[in-house]
Design a binder for this molecule. Structure first.
Ligand code: FES
Length: 107
């Protein structure tokens, strides 16, 4: 069994409920969303054409890519509508002592 490594990426105070935050780690861009007090982390890269997702509108648990309107579930990464057909990556999140930690390990 492999152990998961959680990386400290941000202060929870910088991501209030309803907020979004872009963080970088090792050249990877992550979009963090706080939805009703729960933090979700996805790769900030739309699978349609590489658009950023962090600035996308959130409705419920869905983020809409600002470029061509694809929608993804931030909990599962599932692509929900055209033009995206591939899911996006999601990452496990933990909150420890007011810090946001994300597990970037490959599956
Ligand atoms: S780049 Fe996101 S919908 Fe086209």
């Amino acid at each position: 069994m492999s152990s998961s490594t959680f990386i400290d990426v941000a202060d929870l105070n910088d991501l209030p409920p309803g907020g979004h935050l872009l963080v970088e780690h090792d050249g990877q861009s992550l979009a963090l969303f706080n939805i009703d007090g729960t933090v979700y982390a996805i790769e900030d890269l739309c699978t349609h054409d590489g658009g950023p997702l962090v600035e996308g509108e959130i409705h419920g648990y869905e983020v809409t890519c600002s470029r061509h309107g694809a929608r993804f579930d931030v909990r599962t990464g599932k692509a929900l509508c055209m033009p995206a057909v591939e899911d996006i990556r999601t990452f496990p999140v933990e909150i420890r002592d007011g810090r946001i930690l994300v597990c970037l390990d490959e599956d």
